[in-house]
Design a binder for this molecule. Sequence first.
Ligand SMILES: Nc1nc2c(ncn2[C@@H]2O[C@@H]3COP(=O)(O)O[C@H]3[C@H]2O)c(=O)[nH]1
Ligand SMILES: [Zn+2]
Length: 318
Amino acid sequence: MVLLQVMYTDLDFIATFNIEPEVLQQFLFEVYRHYNNIPFHNFKHCFCVTQMMYGLIWLTDLKSKMENIDLLIMLTSAVCHDLDHTGYNNAYQINARTELALRYNDISPLENHHCAVAFEILETRESNIFRNLSSDQYKRIREGIIKCILATDMTRHNEILNKFKSILPGFDFTNKEHKDLLMMVLIKVSDISNEARPMEVAEPWLDCLLQEFFNQSDVEKLKGLPVSPFMDRDKVTKPSSQIGFIRFVLLPLFIELANLFPCLEQHIIDPVRKALNYYTEMEKALDKEKQNRSHSESGAKNKEAADLQPEASKPETQ
Ligand SMILES: Nc1nc2c(ncn2[C@@H]2O[C@@H]3COP(=O)(O)O[C@H]3[C@H]2O)c(=O)[nH]1
Ligand SMILES: [Zn+2]
């Protein structure tokens, strides 16, 4: 929590937006309290995503390209983006007809909820870090945070990526539509950036994600609900989960962002390519192990069959 405070201070938010330190502390404490103790979507995930956003802001020198209020929107969106996640994704919410799905009519139920919880925290004066801003500024921040948090729904991934691609050739930091899309891409990149971290950090995060996935699919099986194949413990392995995700989701997104900010190539694309190699090797090793196992199993079966044959029909041994 202290480190998050440092990020707000470091980016000059405290001074620019007149945020009192006790209010920031109270806000961050409320945020902390509203993350659940679940394997993946917990406060540590919130911290990692915020830290990545903070790192990206500095690496791309966004301070010189965007207004401070936009940076405040991005960092606060990262902090709040998974508030009160219960460990069950939107597909589950919709299929199980949970309270959230009913409340939000199946439209990004989780993301709508994360955002609503954020603004509930901000409704309390003691934890409202925006309380010294004008109503126009508050309005702009609210609109921005809603846009950013709702952009983290992965069912909108292609829509957002394609729009971003289409504006990239003439990207203009003074164009609101362009800036909004960049902010959405930045939170998306931060949200799914674990594989850009060192392997010792990334792999345990994958274990946590799979634990949450498997838990969901176990419950879905018990309740007779549809099970997503990428969450099924009988179908998924670590490499099978990561190879497709890195190839078809991470790299295409990260490459577009690096088109705008070439310095990111070394920071986010190189490590992700390394991770892809790592999981490809792991896949090969698993395949080999599987082959060996099936060979030895079929060898054992043959031997069993041979042992069951009558003496006369057994092959001659020398
Ligand atoms: N397979 C895989 N999925 C991921 C990884 N990181 C994030 N995701 C998925 O991307 C989603 C982003 O939004 P959520 O946090 O709701 O849930 C996340 C996961 O479903 C990863 O490293 N591997
Ligand atoms: Zn997240």
